[in-house]
Write a protein that binds this ligand. Sequence first.
Ligand SMILES: *Cc1c(COP(=O)(O)O)cnc(C)c1O
Length: 405
Amino acid sequence: MARRLQLVSTLSGCEYPFERIEEFADNGESLEVQISDIDRAKVREGRHLWERFADFLPFTNADAGVSLGEGNTPLMAAGDQLQALTGVGNLLLKNETQNPTWSFKDRGSLACMFLARELREDTVATISTGNMGHSVAAYAAKAGLAAVVFVPTFAPQEKLMAMAMHGAHVLKVAAPDYAEMKNRVLGLAGRLKLRIVSGNGPIRVEGYKLTAFELFEQMRGKVPDFVAVPTSACGHIRGVFKGYRELQAAGLIDRLPRMIVVQAHNNSPVVTAMKRGLSQVVPFRDFHTIAEAITSGNPAGGDEILDKARRFDWLGEDATEEEILEAQRAFARAGFFVEPSTATVLPAVRKLVEAGRINRDASVVLMLTGAGLKDLDALKYQPCGGVIESDVETVEADLRSVLGR
Ligand SMILES: *Cc1c(COP(=O)(O)O)cnc(C)c1O
């Protein structure tokens, strides 16, 4: 029996065809893919993750040719230093910086390419502060599709150059507000018959489910108590959680992890609403944060995340600019070079432990979403020691003074 695919709006349950080109429902709610018979889904044999979990995914003939080798990222113990900093005994890192374009976005881009191939679309388009655009540009290049990337004026140079190198058309769109720019650009999809994916669209979410499936395999069926996710458009956290819920629906796990929504204090539309017990996001405008990859000030579909947070007892915490910079250094001193946006998870989890919201013996997975080298500009705010000017005449003396011998 053929399974049925459709899109469903996440709060009011309106149904749309799976092929719908717009990213959101007519009433602005986020959309999600619904697969009939998900409760009978099974893990299959297969070389690739998307083959083993094909029953859980909406693709009928996923083409391995579009992959850039994403996924298979390490899940590892965070080590003594980071453990001590957070106070969590069982602290795990899911290192998504080891994806092909150095962020978790590659999993969503893989899903976009599968869909473009299936629907025979020749162009993929996205709106991004950098990482998603870079990722889509790379995957489009591999798949032989044209790519258009809309970026705000504050997108880091490293990411823009990468998009251009991959041959994408990059449109830097000036706007008083990034959320407004997103809405305007997304509004072009229907008129131009162009699928423009955002950070919280239904197809990228299907790609992010793969992270939950990979964690399920890496933890041999065990479920962590918490998963902390730096959150902006909300697609990533939604996708990981959807993956776990579908594993539960299929009877493969018997409980769900509690998600931790992490945002920068200066732009915390979801976390602020969680802390105040509101059911609608609190829009932020005219803010500045070093965490450039998490700058959705009014995330479309964010209300659904608040609904999930309430129903499933999620936690929310933010990180100040100072805490972010300090955490970026702490990660680096422990061997992990992450973007400022990623660094937010460390102080957020520490504060939740101190407040008694997370038990010290809980298992907590920190999502390392993006790599530090992708935003070199941010490093000018870091007190950078470590480089000693020397020359061949003084090098021995300089070495002696460094080593103290
Ligand atoms: C995109 C991104 C995020 C935020 O993910 P959303 O799906 O937009 O919530 C966090 N960290 C990094 C490095 C990112 O690139």
